[in-house]
Each structure stands twice: as C-alpha cells, then as structure tokens.
Write a protein that binds this ligand. Structure first.
Ligand code: PLP
Length: 371
C-alpha cells in the first residue's frame, strides 16, 4: 500500500518508536510517585515538555499534555463556561473539534459567529471587527486547514484581538513540521497540537497556554499538569511526542522542501493525464504537500475505493468524515459547487513518499479515470 493521507495521520518515526518501546519496558513508574522509578518517569515528561516548548517558541510552564488535538481544542472552548464573556468568533472551515463543540455549547449559553472564507480558503479579515460583540470572550481560528491546507492570518487576528483585549486560540494541529510555529511571534493565548500529525504517537496532544490562570481543567481528579489535566500521564506517549516535535522542527526545511517537490511533480503529472482537473488551491499560502483536487463528473468515494484497490490510500475531505459522502463543509465555505465538491480528493504527501510513489499514484489515477 502506498500512503498519501498524511493529513489524516502519519506513521511513527523509527526513533520515536524505539524510545517509546524502551520507556514502556523500563520506565513504568508513576510520575507522581516520589521514589526514584517515579521520578525517572517525571524527568522523561519534563524533558518532553522542554522539547515541545523549544519547538514552538514557548516556555515549559506553558505546555500542557492532553490526549489529542481534539481534547486541547475542547479544553479551551469549555473554559468559556466560566467566563463572563460568552461569545466566540471562529471560522467557517474549522475542524469538527471546534465547530461541533461550539454547537454543543449553544444550549448552555455560549454563542458563536462563523467568519466566512474566500475561494482560497482564507478567512476574510474584513469580517472580524464587524463580528465582535461586547461579550466576545474568544477568537478561535485554525492556523492551517486540514482539508485544503490554507494558512490563516493568525498574527493579524491577534493584532486586532489585542485592541479589544480578546484572547486568541489557534488549532495548529496540521502545522508542526510543515510551517514554522512560534507562539511568541504569533502572540496567541492558546495553541493546539497533536503528535500523530508529525510522526509521533496517536492519543497524545499539546495545549500551549500563555497564562495558566486563563484555562480550566476538563479532567478533574489528581493534580497532574499543574491541576489543569488530571489523569496519570501517558509517559511513553508524551516522550514520543517530545522527540517527534524536536525532530519535526530540526528537519523543518528539508521536510518542507521534500513535500513541495513531490507536490510540484504530482501537479504537473496530473495536469498531463487529465486536463480538466480542478486544483482548489494554488501552491501558495498553503501547507506543503497537500493537494485538494476535483475530478469533474466523478464521485470522490468511488475514486477513493478504486484507488484503494490499486493499493493507493488517499482521502476525500477530512479523515474524520470518512464514510460520509456529504459535500465538504470546507469546500462549501469556499464556494465550490456541489458537484465539484463531491468529486474532490485530498492527497497529502509525507516523509516516506518518493518520486516513484508519485509515478505510481498518477498511473493509478489514470487507470481509474479511464475505467
Ligand atoms: N484539528 C485539526 C485541524 C485536525 O486536522 C485534527 C485531526 O484530523 C484535529 C484537530 C483532531 O486531532 P486529534 O486527531 O489529535 O484528535
């Protein structure tokens, strides 16, 4: 199987796998225990915290470990129930781990406004100030979109938010290792990450919190994570996340170059086999290695199934909506018409892909399109 769905998840790096194996075998102490076996586990967690902090221009005290990007987003949004200001501004193209949460918060008095995006999938910043209300308590806009890869103007958002004293959260789950992330530069108050998107383990996430007084715990119990995320820590997972974060940032420029090269070759070759394909986003201002492309007159679920039979794994829309043939909300927000929307595949390259893989993908697509 050739894998082209790295936006859904990535395989574990071998170094990360080995580190986790060794920790699971040798460092099974509870990090809250005060004898040495426990303290060794504590040191492993704090080492990872420093690695993550360094990777995103933060300090260790600002890093909380969670179970996922989903949990990190939830923690920020559910904190609003304790806030006097209960209105949230977000974008129309957020992941369900933001949009669905906000829908669930409506009956308990937290309202939200969705900002529109242009046809390149970028939030229309002219709509931000008019959307502000007296009780706007949070702006949550993703750093880059998971379906089309469009990169959002977070620094500009923070600049406006500061004038009104409103905190900003960004879901940067798709970004680490693909574009630089620097929390000090961006100026955000909260930022979410997920290890399995950057060759780390599944089930471990990060919430960057600029000021811990501004966040509440979702998980209540022991005092782990400064009382902000109760539950005995997933020591091996956290260690794997830290190492994966370090490697992702150490290799940022070579990885980005590799992804851009594969993407360029793919776009050129695809244009040669089929002249009517529609690329939803040009190769600018978007994540490297992610191609959202429509095959007019086709259905994405059928294309995907046929490619799977050829040993090629690609996605339609986001991973979380697999099996769901409804048009993508993201493409809809970008004003893509319904028939093109349903004919769209998302192809996302990764570290393990080669030029030969692209040849195979393009010839598989040719075969499927001709059949
Ligand atoms: N946010 C974005 C932008 C994502 O792409 C994803 C996963 O696809 C998530 C959040 C959820 O992350 P996790 O799988 O760690 O829960």
């Amino acid at each position: 199987m050739l894998y082209f769905d790295h936006s859904a998840t990535t395989p574990l790096r071998s170094e990360v796998k080995e580190l986790m194996r060794s920790i699971n075998e040798n460092n099974y102490g509870n990090p809250s225990s005060i004898y040495s076996l426990g303290q060794k586990a504590r040191i492993i967690i704090e080492t990872s915290r420093k690695q993550v902090a360094d990777a995103i221009g933060a300090s260790s005290e600002q890093i909380l470990f969670t179970s996922s990007g989903t949990e990190s987003n939830n923690q920020v949004l559910w904190t609003l129930i304790f806030s006097i200001k209960k209105h949230v501004i977000t974008s129309a193209i957020e992941h369900p781990a933001v949009i669905k949460v906000l829908k669930n918060l409506v009956p308990i008095g937290i309202s939200h406004t969705l900002l529109p995006v242009n046809n390149s999938g970028i939030v229309d910043m002219s709509t931000l100030v008019p959307a502000l209300k007296k009780d706007t308590g949070l702006i949550s806009i993703m750093q880059a979109n998971n379906e089309v890869g469009s990169i959002q103007p977070i620094k500009e958002t923070v600049k406006i938010a500061r004038e009104y004293n409103i905190p900003v959260h960004t879901d940067a789950v798709q970004c680490l290792g693909k574009i630089p992330i620097n929390t000090s530069y961006l100026g955000v108050d909260f930022l979410s990450l997920s290890a399995h998107k950057f060759y780390g383990p599944k089930g471990v996430g990060v919430l960057f919190v600029k000021d811990k007084k501004k966040i509440r715990s979702l998980m209540i119990g022991g005092g782990q994570e400064s009382g902000l995320r109760a539950g005995t820590e997933n020591v091996a997972g956290i260690a794997g996340l830290g190492l994966a974060a370090k490697l992702a940032t150490d290799n940022l420029s070579s990885h980005t170059k590799h992804l851009k090269e594969l993407e360029t070759i793919f776009r050129e070759k695809l244009n040669k086999i089929s002249t009517d394909v529609v690329f939803h986003i040009k190769q600018q201002n978007c994540l490297p290695g992610l191609v959202s492309v429509a095959f007019p007159g086709r259905r994405s679920d059928i294309l995907m199934a046929r490619l799977d039979r050829c040993g090629l794994a690609v996605s339609s829309g986001s991973a979380c909506s697999v099996g769901n043939v409804k048009p993508s909300v993201v493409l809809n927000a970008m004003s893509v018409d319904d028939s093109l929307n349903r004919a769209t595949l998302r192809i996302s390259f990764g570290a393990g892909n080669t030029r030969d893989d692209i040849e195979e993908l393009v010839s598989g697509l040719k075969k499927v399109l001709e059949s």
